[in-house]
Ligand binder design. Structure first.
Ligand SMILES: C[S@@+](CC[C@H](N)C(=O)[O-])C[C@H]1O[C@@H](n2cnc3c(N)ncnc32)[C@H](O)[C@@H]1O
Length: 392
């Protein structure tokens, strides 16, 4: 791979193996001469490739007209000279202007197409980014916070630090952390516009002004390297198919000596008494259902391996069980109702399951709720917490 760094804010690179030419950062030259090296690199990339050249602009924050026209001129000339050449410009909704600006090129030159990579970039996206997921997130955090507030200091959370909550969902964790631990800075990032809109509304209603809610893609963040003392990513590694990519980004934005904190589940270990068998059957099926959509809700105990493989040291792992005895049993029941609605009502339907299967699947959730609300019942949902230190 060749890389040209024009300014600290701008990077251009070509990876010959994957035929990807990438532009990232802020590119605002006063004249074309300032970007001559990059233009030459694009020309060279075009000469080297066979078939398709991918132009990756997923992290291109800004580009002025001088640069845009200079790059586009080279691309158009190349397409006219070579009928075999195709160019796919890979944009992202996080830098939405790129889709608009490069989108016009296809009308001028059909050999150039634009793909918005994050419109369907992980298989479970349509469920997780939907508003129906909001009640799940709201009830879950309410239940887990009781445990996590005492666990978090062991994993490095303390007042005055800079932290990022990546895949923050509706941002409630960030609000709780801010109240309890007073970090100096909190960035909360997610790719669900519905969840972020909800988070911002809650923040406005409660007069919270110092959480930086950010729309972004966790696997291609625009945040700079080595910025945060503490990076959390809760219940999210398990729903994303490219887990190594996500961990690489969490590692990148963490300061050396800082910690990355992840929480994940092992759904097949959800339990309850009475009606244990029906409950067990349903949660085994939950794990299979998620795996059908490339999500791994059995990931919890694998956290240690994931963190070690991503290069972290001083890895700490612990687990806790959210139960109906933690507080109001109705809170527990609300979590399960929210799961039933989305897992049985939407995901199983999308998989094409039969009405008989869905009815049995629903029964296990109802039995879990029965166990939670029964005066002598017990219901549990286990969570694995793990963190690792980025070596100095
Ligand atoms: C199961 S939810 C967990 C949300 C929150 N951390 C919590 O515990 O309540 C997963 C979240 O990850 C977000 N997400 C998944 N992939 C993402 C990506 N590539 N970039 C940013 N957010 C992503 C989803 O939009 C969703 O809000």
């Amino acid at each position: 791979m060749s890389v040209a760094g024009l300014s600290p804010n701008f990077k251009v690179a070509f990876d010959a193996n994957s035929q990807v030419f990438s532009l990232a950062g802020v590119i605002r030259p006063r004249s074309v001469d300032e970007i001559a090296d990059s233009i030459a690199m694009l020309r060279q990339a075009i000469d080297d490739v066979r078939g398709v050249l991918y132009v990756d602009v997923k992290r291109l924050i800004q580009m002025n007209n001088t640069a845009f026209h200079a790059f586009v001129r080279v691309a158009l000339d190349a397409c006219r000279a070579r009928a075999d050449l195709r160019m796919v410009i890979v944009t992202s909704s996080v830098v939405g202007w790129t889709t608009r600006m490069f989108g016009h090129l296809n009308q001028i030159e059909p050999q150039i197409t634009v793909e918005v990579y994050d419109s369907t970039f992980y298989p479970g996206q349509s469920f997780v980014e939907d508003t129906s997921f909001i009640p799940i997130l709201r009830t879950q955090t309410k239940m887990t916070w009781r445990h996590e507030r005492s666990i978090l200091p062991r994993h490095g959370l303390r007042p005055g630090i800079a932290m990022a909550d990546v895949c923050c969902g509706i941002g409630d964790f960030a609000v709780l952390v801010q109240k309890e631990f007073q970090p100096a800075r909190i960035v909360a990032l997610d790719h669900s516009k519905a969840s972020l809109a909800y988070a911002r509304e809650v923040a406005t209603n409660f007069g919270i002004t110092d959480i930086e809610y950010t729309y972004g893609d966790a696997s291609e963040m625009l945040l700079e390297d080595n910025q945060f003392d503490f990076v959390s990513c809760r219940h999210s590694l398990q729903i994303f198919n490219e887990r190594e990519l996500l961990l690489k980004e969490l590692y990148r934005i963490c300061k050396p000596g800082g910690r990355v904190y992840i929480t994940n589940e092992k759904n097949s270990h959800c339990l309850g008494e009475p009606r244990a068998q029906s409950i067990q059957w349903t949660y085994n099926e939950v794990a299979k259902l998620f795996s059908h959509f490339d999500m791994d809700v059995e990931l919890g105990p694998k956290s240690r391996r994931y963190l070690a493989d991503a290069g972290f040291d001083d890895i700490l792992v612990e687990s806790f069980m959210v139960t109906n005895l933690d507080g109001d049993p109705q809170d527990f029941a609300d979590v399960i109702t929210a799961w039933e609605n989305v897992y049985a009502g939407e995901m199983a339907v999308r998989r094409g399951d039969t009405p008989e299967f869905i009815e049995r699947f629903r029964q296990g959730f109802r039995d879990h709720i029965f166990a939670a609300l029964h005066p002598k019942g017990y219901a549990g949902w286990p969570i694995w917490v793990a963190s690792g230190r980025k070596p100095t």
